[in-house]
Design a protein around this ligand. Structure first.
Ligand code: OYP
Length: 577
């Protein structure tokens, strides 16, 4: 395979032999006119190859390619990855279409247990656990912390004005000696607020309207039961048709209310936490790095392993997943116009700060919540990456001035801030880098997002979405307005039908399963760096990751429900799926 992005070039007569190895050099380190000429030529070529394009306004810009086939070979899947990607999906879809046939020609689809009939072969231990326990309130709470969308829950010290929960309503969820007021003050009340879903247009599938709600859900950190939901309102504006559902309501009413929250969760999780906040954010780093940093540049060498396959998977996502006839349009309630409007709303409020886990936890007020394994693991990983990256930066930049005076690095940050994250006045990332620390933080954001954060959202999706009633991709009836009128028939007519459920299982299995050619976090199969000092830092980083691995395994030993998605050995080095 031709290596068109060399780190170093040997000039032998007229032939240009290109290899990746060699000492990393910033522009000021490269002295000979010939090598400087090469840097320039390489960047010109890359800027011709990788161009920014606005796929849709109001979301991050991306690489100009109509489909993955427009991308140059160097950034395409290799044969093994491509054939695995295409076959695994076909396998899952075929498997499920057989089940679907069996059901259509078998007995009716009328009870929650009927979901079990499409739940064979494609399974995981957590998905099975979920199937057995999904109705239990504590598992609903658990998923806010350690499910596949662990960034939604916020501390609630004052009830929102549009959510008139009274002390009486929730007293039966609390020990007698306390009450809502006391618990609000004590910091034990939390909120899920899906205001962002309010007014999102819903899809029409095969002529049938789908439905979207914008729920509010109050949770309580119970001294014995753990985090549990205690009140749910399915729309943002309270009124007679929008009752507040409570755990003491008729069981089917409470269950359907929770399903509606989880349906919003599916949309926010897949489109905002997963697609926008990992895939699309990282693509900006990909494109800017390919356009602005020559392969011999230390920052190129540092980032390249974290950008593998991301352009191709994102192109496939744009053409097959969120396109006008894609998977979302075919089976998800936000398919059609909804998904873009939702993403644009989130993009408007996206901040650079929220991509840094310690700020994210501070701003959501969730530093004290017990058993928040996602928080504990992601902070350890952030620290490890930040310390590795800072040491690497110090190898090549001795002073803050060195950073300021690297024209390639400054062109890179300008591309990121002005060309990638356009139309974002409140993002909070400057288009200049003034210090080593600013550079290290930015690199940590890029690497953390493409590794740990992507793993945290992507890798548990089959576990939590395979049992469709737990996280339904669409709803086929409007939210219930009368607590006493909820029946099993209504629940089955609301949840995804057999076909939609099969696609949800197939796609989440396809994306969530371990990738056969995965390169784990901190493992480098291409030897970008060759200098001993850099290699030593890589080794230290790998040792640190091993310690984290052991610590996470220790924490999980003996747990029924283990949180292993952030085990370093299971985190991929880049977004490849
Ligand atoms: C690309 O042939 C990707 O249908 C997934 O996209 C699935 C395909 C193509 C389908 C191929 C085909 C990967 C990149 C991404 C992302 C993040 C968002 C994932 C959302 C998954 C939603 C699952 C929907 C279930 C109903």
């Amino acid at each position: 395979r031709l290596l068109t992005f060399p780190c170093y070039r040997w000039l032998i007569g007229n032939a240009r032999v290109e290899i990746r190895e060699g000492t990393a050099k910033t522009l000021v380190d490269d002295s000979s006119a010939k090598l400087l000429q090469h840097r320039k030529a390489e960047l010109q070529e890359r800027q011709n190859t990788f161009r920014w394009v606005t796929w849709a306004t109001g979301i991050p810009r991306c690489v100009d390619a109509k489909a993955e086939t427009d991308l140059p070979q160097d950034v395409r899947f290799d044969n093994e990855k491509r054939s695995d990607f295409e076959h695994s999906l076909q396998y899952a879809l075929l498997e499920l279409s057989l089940k679907k046939l069996a059901i259509i020609f078998g007995k009716s689809w009328s009870d929650l247990d009927d979901f079990k009939r499409i739940f064979w072969k494609l399974r995981s231990p957590i998905a099975e656990y979920c199937m057995d326990h999904w109705k239990e309130d504590w598992l609903f709470g658990y998923q806010c912390l350690n499910g596949s969308n662990p960034r939604m829950i916020k501390k609630c010290s004052v009830l929102p004005g549009n959510f008139p929960v009274t002390s009486d309503m929730v007293q039966s969820s609390m020990p007698a000696k306390t009450n809502l007021d006391k618990e609000l003050k004590a910091g034990n009340i939390f909120l899920l607020d899906y205001a962002i879903m309010d007014g999102i247009p819903a899809n029409t599938i095969k002529g049938k309207p789908q439905f979207i709600a914008a729920p509010l859900c109050l949770l309580y950190q119970h001294p014995d039961e753990g985090l549990i939901p205690i009140a749910i309102q399915l729309e943002q504006t309270p009124d007679l048709d929008t009752p507040i559902f409570l755990p003491r309501d008729p069981p089917l009413a409470w269950l359907l209310a929770k399903m509606w929250v989880r349906h919003s969760e599916f949309q926010v999780f897949q489109l905002l936490s997963h697609l926008l906040r990992t895939h699309l954010v990282v693509e900006v780093f990909c494109v800017a790095t390919l356009r602005q940093l020559p392969a011999v540049h230390p920052i190129y060498k540092l980032l390249a392993p974290h950008l593998r396959y991301t352009l191709e998977i994102n192109c496939r996502g744009r053409t097959q997943l969120i396109s006008p006839n894609g998977i979302f349009k075919r089976v998800v309630s936000t398919g059609g116009d909804g998904l873009l409007i939702l993403s644009q709303r989130e993009y408007k409020v996206l901040t650079y700060r929220s991509l840094q886990p310690h700020f994210d936890f501070t701003d959501r007020g969730v530093f004290q919540v017990p058993n928040y394994f996602y928080r504990e693991n992601s902070l350890m990983l952030w620290e490890a990456i930040h310390s590795f990256v800072s040491d690497m930066v110090s190898l090549y930049y001795h002073t803050d001035q060195d950073v300021e005076k690297d024209p390639e690095l400054q062109a890179w940050i300008k591309d990121i801030a002005d060309e990638g994250f356009t139309e974002l006045p409140n993002f909070g990332l400057s288009n200049k880098l003034c210090s080593k620390e600013e550079l290290s933080t930015l690199l940590t954001v890029a690497i953390f997002t493409s590794t740990a954060q992507h793993a945290a959202t992507n890798n548990g999706q089959f576990d939590w979405c395979a049992w469709v009633p737990n996280t339904p991709c669409t709803m086929r009836l409007p939210p219930p307005s009368d607590k006493d009128a909820v029946t099993m028939e209504m629940i089955m007519a609301s949840l995804p039908d057999v076909g939609q459920s099969c696609v949800q299982m197939a796609i989440t299995w396809h994306l969530g399963r371990a990738q056969p050619d995965a390169i784990p976090l901190g493992q480098y199969t291409q030897k970008h760096f060759t200098e001993p000092l850099a290699l030593e830092l890589i080794e230290t980083f790998q040792k640190k990751l091993k310690e984290i691995e052991d610590q996470i395994l220790d924490q999980n030993a003996g747990l029924d429900l283990q949180y292993l998605v952030l085990l370093p050995s299971r985190i991929e080095n880049s977004i490849t799926i």
